[in-house]
Design a protein around this ligand. Structure first.
Ligand code: FES
Length: 343
């Protein structure tokens, strides 16, 4: 059965086939809805149902809060229409021209410049862009790397400054049995070619006068580091606190980069938090990163919050940030879903 999706505020409609997600249907018909991961993990495609009946795959519950679900927000990348629907995409801040001009993300040919371990399970991958000439990305965005010899894509956030147009840096967690993890840790050499698609995602620093708290877990440090580079480049003077949760001392990385940003931007405070084990002489914070935030900052009135990390960290942090005074609309995050298998 084919149903009709009417898109507000543009009063434009498109067909959606049975077993097709609303996002796929829009892209197939040359229309743009903003998207990133296409699997419910990033929240980029969030829009509102005005009328009609839909069915969503709700496995990635962290991407929408219960209040948002109650209020009819949904993710078209994991949602099928059961009937004719009216949706509102105003939240995407798309112009009608962008909407009608379709997907403009590009495919880039790149070459491996660096592939080295940063921690026991996180590798630094730097890709030099060969063609077309450089990617215009916003700090906080991500790209999809195509696994060589397949059409499988894996999303990773850029960690470098967006001013480096010809280079993309990623901090990638090596997952046991992961398809790209195996390639990355065993086969990929300097000079090898990789295809990258992007940029995607709408995690970015918002202009405001508020202080900034950033919370990263595991390989979630990458987009926040890129955003810190951006803030330093802009001469930011808003106080910034970066909390980084890792299991052990060996799992901390990008420490030199953070230190050099601090030299440029002294209003940056860095709080590494170790959750599993730590040396006797460790003078820093220990425990769950979200608990440490609560202990150190009893009030977060007048803060913007940016987070990236595994879904349980994001799920734990959102209510805590709310309790401490961050307004829900000032909480921005990317939760990543590990992609270990080929599926
Ligand atoms: Fe829909 Fe990422 S594209 S949640």
């Amino acid at each position: 059965m084919t149903v009709q999706i009417e898109v507000q505020p543009f009063s434009h409609g498109f067909d959606c086939e049975e077993n097709e997600t609303i996002l796929s249907a829009a892209l197939r018909q040359g229309l743009l809805l903003r998207y990133g991961c296409k699997n419910g993990g990033c929240g980029t495609c969030k829009i509102k149902l005005i009328d009609g009946d839909i069915e969503s795959d709700t496995r990635n519950s962290f991407t929408l809060t219960p209040d948002e679900v109650e209020d009819d927000w949904f993710l078209p990348c994991i949602t099928q229409a059961m009937d004719d629907c009216v949706v509102d995409v105003s939240q995407m801040e798309l112009t009608e021209e962008e909407f009608l001009s379709g997907d403009t993300s590009l495919e880039f040919e790149t070459e491996v410049a660096v592939n080295e371990p940063m921690t026991p399970d996180i590798r630094r991958l730097r890709l030099r862009i060969k063609n077309p000439d450089g990617m215009e990305f916003t700090a906080g965005q991500f790209a999809n790397i195509q696994i060589p010899g397949t059409d499988l894509l894996r999303p990773y956030s850029m960690a470098n400054a967006s001013r480096e147009r010809n280079m993309l840096e990623f901090g990638i967690k090596v997952l046991p049995g992961g398809v790209f993890s195996d390639v990355l840790s065993k086969d990929l050499r300097v000079g090898d070619k990789l295809v990258v698609h992007g940029p995607y995602g709408d995690l970015r620093i918002r202009s405001s006068h508020r202080n900034i708290i950033m919370i990263a877990g595991g390989s979630g440090l990458a987009p926040l580091l890129s955003m810190l580079h951006h803030l330093a480049d802009k001469g930011n003077i808003r106080p910034v606190q970066l909390f980084f949760g890792a299991r052990t001392l060996d799992d901390l990385y990008y420490l030199e980069d953070i230190q050099s940003i601090q030299e440029e931007m002294p209003c940056l405070e860095f709080i590494p938090v170790l959750s599993e084990s730590w040396p006797e002489d460790w003078a820093g914070a220990t425990g769950m990163v979200t608990d440490v935030v609560k202990e150190m900052l009893p009030s977060l009135n007048n803060y913007d919050a940016y987070m990236c990390g595994p879904p349980p960290m994001i799920d734990a942090a959102i209510p805590i940030l709310g309790e401490l005074g961050v307004r829900p609309r000032n909480i921005y995050f990317d939760a990543f879903v590990p992609s270990a298998s080929a599926a």
